[in-house]
Design a binder for this molecule. Sequence first.
Ligand code: ACO
Length: 400
Amino acid sequence: VIDIRKLYAGTGKFSYDPGFMSTASCDSTITYIDGDKGELLYRGYPIEQLAVNCDFMDTSHLLLKGDLPSAAEKKEFVGLVKKHTMLHEQMQFFFRGFRRDAHPMSVLVGTVGALASFYHDALDISDAHHRELSAIRLIAKMPTLVAMSYKYSVGHPFVYPRNDLSYTANFMHMMFSTPSEEYRINDVLVRALDRILILHADHEQNASTSTVRLAGSSGANPFGCIAAGIACLWGPAHGGANEAALNMLKEIGSIERIPEFIKKAKDKDSGFRLMGFGHRVYKNFDPRAKLMRETCYEVLNELGLHDDPLFKLAMELERIALEDDYFVSRKLYPNVDFYSGIVQSALGIPVQLFTGIFAMARTIGWVAQWNEMISDPDQKIGRPRQLFVGETHRDVQIKR
Ligand code: ACO
């Protein structure tokens, strides 16, 4: 076995790999992806089994602590998370400083970063207990922050967490309850959102996770590092894709117009891509996309929307693209974002908040990866090299 860390250390050699197409930035025991087979494992467990047999709290425990919890461990873990769902009251003033029409992702970048100011002085990240407490605080407070960013955008009063509910049911309560009407919990819909959280919980060294690791490699405050991850996730090539995929389906509008959009996606000059298609690592079906399609079907059935035109359109678009040589030869398959927008929309989540839901789910992955990195005694500050292609030397000659 070659120890990559030692191979290049001190040799003065480095590789040039823009976009990290084939460079590993770290070693990790958390998530394994086989992009050719379309396989995704969290700590060795297939995503298909986790999505069916576990909930988001089991998955969070697994990612953070390395194993699925026993009944007693789960009780303790969930109890700890519930203890930290509230935000400091002063955070309300922070929210009120934003414009009402601010994008929820910009609000999240700001408010999650602001949490650093509440938990900075006493935080010693070299202490495993402190790191775990930061992780718990982050996963506990994210649903509260995401729901508050929504309530603020629609001008409704903030709804406080209800700790008698499950993690995901409490989030739906904070999103949809109003002073005059308590949201009625529907187990099928809660389960669907919980599955979205499981499927998005971690995905090894994607752009936002790499951002969190790079920011954290300097020893920075974890809340600041997660805020950096949220900023990265916001991009349309990453977490913004589910919003873009849903908007694209709406723009296509009818099955008859699919060929027109397929043609446009194949034309490099059009600048248009099929959103929700393609993935840097998966060169086969994204296993999460299959589970998401199933969830989509369950939710629409539960809500009596079996004939939902967007779902039918999405399935037809998938079928046509997967028979087209352009997509087949480039191994472009639907990714998790292709169906998640339809599910979230059916759950009543506004399009602008989709990436916020993704951030809420991915927080456990970010913080588990950050914890793994900081726990490594050989951890170094991340400092990529560059290939300099500018002027090498010039003398200053100012002509006046
Ligand atoms: N529609 C049309 N053509 C595409 C698409 C697409 N969605 N995705 C890739 N291609 C084409 C490219 O034009 C390129 O063609 P070429 O070889 O003829 O030049 C080829 O497929 C390879 O594409 P790259 O951009 O080199 O692949 P990369 O790995 O860099 O990009 C990415 C992956 C960003 C996800 C890309 O497939 C894309 O833009 N997809 C749409 C956005 C999307 O769905 N993002 C979600 C990602 S999943 C997530 O974040 C959870």
